[in-house]
Design a protein around this ligand. Structure first.
Ligand SMILES: NC(=O)c1ccc[n+]([C@@H]2O[C@H](COP(=O)([O-])OP(=O)(O)OC[C@H]3O[C@@H](n4cnc5c(N)ncnc54)[C@H](O)[C@@H]3O)[C@@H](O)[C@H]2O)c1
Length: 259
């Protein structure tokens, strides 16, 4: 997607990865940028507005756990912007002691946001189509024994997003779907990791955490924007250690459907 002159909604835009992504996105001369986030940050918002005066930038407070909040935010944004080209669902949490909130924020919020966005974007409903990017994780591609609840939520995001990338949906909605899987990235999401595991007995967490290297949020953001610019429907990208790579996941029924 060529980002110039596009209307973009970024969920979680005041987070560690979100802030760096927005800085990258704004360099692309967007038409407008709506930040949907529970967090507020008037200082950085004012800085962006001052540095990029030709892009309309605003924040709408949204608790992604509340479907009605998501609906109200999209409604407000549609009145202000008319249409959306790109949605990035980038809110998230990592705390396996909070089972329901983990599923509500990481998975249900992404599902509701995606389905509500489709109502506005679908060409079958008079929309202009576009792209929805859902941020999953490396733990949405493989097991993560230390955080099985987070891994379950992210695996579901990967599968949900890839499912909606079926060609017949693209034809119907005119919206393409991309899954982004960052590796460990230096943000406050990773603070106090040892107190956020589900079980309280001794695990090799210190060994594992010390072994797995982290990338900077800047590197992750730069590659996330590159992925958006170069992706096609159904792509899954791993962004780790400053590198970007496409993840190929086998489709068990592809051969039978092709016969
Ligand atoms: N940092 C990592 O190592 C890492 C690795 C893989 C995937 N991710 C994913 O990348 C995305 C961004 O993560 P990050 O590292 O920037 O984390 P972060 O904690 O810095 O940012 C998370 C963002 O989500 C928002 N958020 C949390 N709960 C919310 C709620 N109830 N309603 C609305 N917004 C809410 C926060 O306000 C914040 O803006 C998340 O989806 C995360 O799961 C991060």
């Amino acid at each position: 997607m060529n980002l110039t002159d596009k209307n973009v909604i970024y969920f979680g835009g005041f987070g560690g990865i979100g802030q760096k992504c927005i800085s990258e996105l704004l360099e692309k001369q967007l038409k407008s940028l709506a930040i949907f986030d529970l967090a507020e940050n008037d200082e950085i918002l004012a800085e962006w507005q001052k540095s990029f005066p030709s892009t309309e930038i605003f924040h709408q407070k949204v608790n992604i756990i509340e479907k009605s909040d998501i609906e109200a935010a999209y409604k407000m944004a549609s009145q202000r912007l008319e249409y959306f080209d790109l949605i990035i669902n980038g809110s998230g949490c990592l705390n396996d002691q909070l089972i329901n909130p983990t599923i509500e924020i990481n998975l249900l919020g992404v599902i509701h946001s995606t389905l509500i966005a489709l109502d506005y974007m679908s060409i079958s409903k008079g929309g202009r189509g576009g792209m929805i990017v859902n941020i999953s994780s490396v733990v949405g591609l493989q097991p993560e024994p230390l955080y099985p609840i987070c891994a379950a939520s992210k695996a579901a995001v990967t599968c949900f997003t890839r499912s909606l990338a079926a060609p017949f949906y693209l034809e119907h909605f005119g919206v393409s779907f991309v899954t982004i899987c960052p590796g460990l990235t230096e943000t406050s999401l990773l603070d106090d990791m040892t107190s956020k595991t589900i079980f309280d007995f001794e695990t090799p967490i210190h060994f594992i955490v010390s072994k797995i290297r982290r990338q900077t949020a800047e590197d992750c953001a730069r590659n996330l924007v590159k992925a958006i610019e170069n992706s096609k429907n159904g792509d899954v990208f791993m962004l780790d250690l400053g590198e970007i790579s496409e993840v190929k996941i086998p489709d068990h029924w592809a051969k039978q459907l092709a016969d």
